[in-house]
Design a protein around this ligand. Sequence first.
Ligand SMILES: Cc1ncc(C[n+]2csc(CCOP(=O)(O)OP(=O)(O)O)c2C)c(N)n1
Ligand code: SF4
Ligand SMILES: [Mg+2]
Length: 345
Amino acid sequence: MTYITKPKLHHPGLKPNALGLTHRDYEGSVSTLCAGCGHDSISAALIQACYELNIEPHRVAKLSGIGCSSKTPDYLLGQSHGFNSVHGRMPSVLTGANLANRELIYFGISGDGDSASIGLGQFAHAVRRGVDMVYICENNGVYGLTKGQFSATADQGSKSKAGGLNTDSPIDLVGASFVARSFSGDKHQLVPLLKAAITHQGPAILDVISPCVQFNNHAGSTKSYDFVRAHNEAVNRLDFLPARSEITVEHEPGTVAHVTQHDGSVIKLAKLHADYDPHDRVRAMAYLQERHAAGEIVTGLLYVDENADDLHAHLDTVARPLNRLGEKELCPGGAALDAVNASYR
Ligand SMILES: Cc1ncc(C[n+]2csc(CCOP(=O)(O)OP(=O)(O)O)c2C)c(N)n1
Ligand code: SF4
Ligand SMILES: [Mg+2]
């Protein structure tokens, strides 16, 4: 992984939050992703949400798997804890960390390949167990890092940059006690959703549509990319990645925005009505299917169970983090062990 430390510049005009920290204190290293990648907009939204919620950076742990999306924890919260795990295996590492120290705020940052392809089993079990975390899937429908193969969220009938046709049905990542979908370029919607997810107890899943500027551009503009690469190949193995600008969108609740991506394809984002009731899981699933059939991607808070509990409640764990327990509590002696064993007879 590449690290480019941000130069420490003094910005006297930056407004401090209630902790006396500025936006700058929530940033990370310089991003090495392609210019215009939707993932960078999600990092910016997370930085803003943590700044506005006055979160102490040392109280956050960011965990990820492998992928362009899984690199993004490096680009935010440089003073927080971080763990870059194996492809698709972040949920079990996060579950273990959460069980050891329940006092941290956990961000599981992943991609659609990391979550819905190789990591689907891990993801489903972390949700099923009720791990208290904010799980963000930076969803671009492709394996960006490995050059654009279809992921399990790619739409049936869509074409890859290499020309292949996806004949498989997509997986929809919903099912937790807080489920929301947004678009990386709609920070007016994304930042409040992130703040709500951070304050939610139990698993909060945010599926964020995040355009990949390199591997969903198989039409038109691809040609110059391919041309340069074809001629580059003979001399060295460098890739030419044309810089693109970030795609942003602003639209009112209850409306559908037609968003043109870098390849010229259009996605339809349907923002939920202000009077949509997010408490009915069955209705939410039906609504998603209905809009999907109409070719729309529904964004907003899709479902929430405000009374959800988490894995610690299920397991009746000790209230204090394990690293704060002393020897006496961790090794309570033979009589306590006898009592535990007796309870299983
Ligand atoms: C066990 C394992 N299998 C496969 C890979 C190769 N690999 C690395 S990233 C990746 C896909 C990443 O896709 P996604 O999670 O959608 O992230 P994106 O790059 O699109 O943000 C794959 C298949 C790997 N690193 N480890
Ligand atoms: S390849 Fe796609 S997902 Fe990866 S950094 Fe570039 S634009 Fe982002
Ligand atoms: Mg992806």
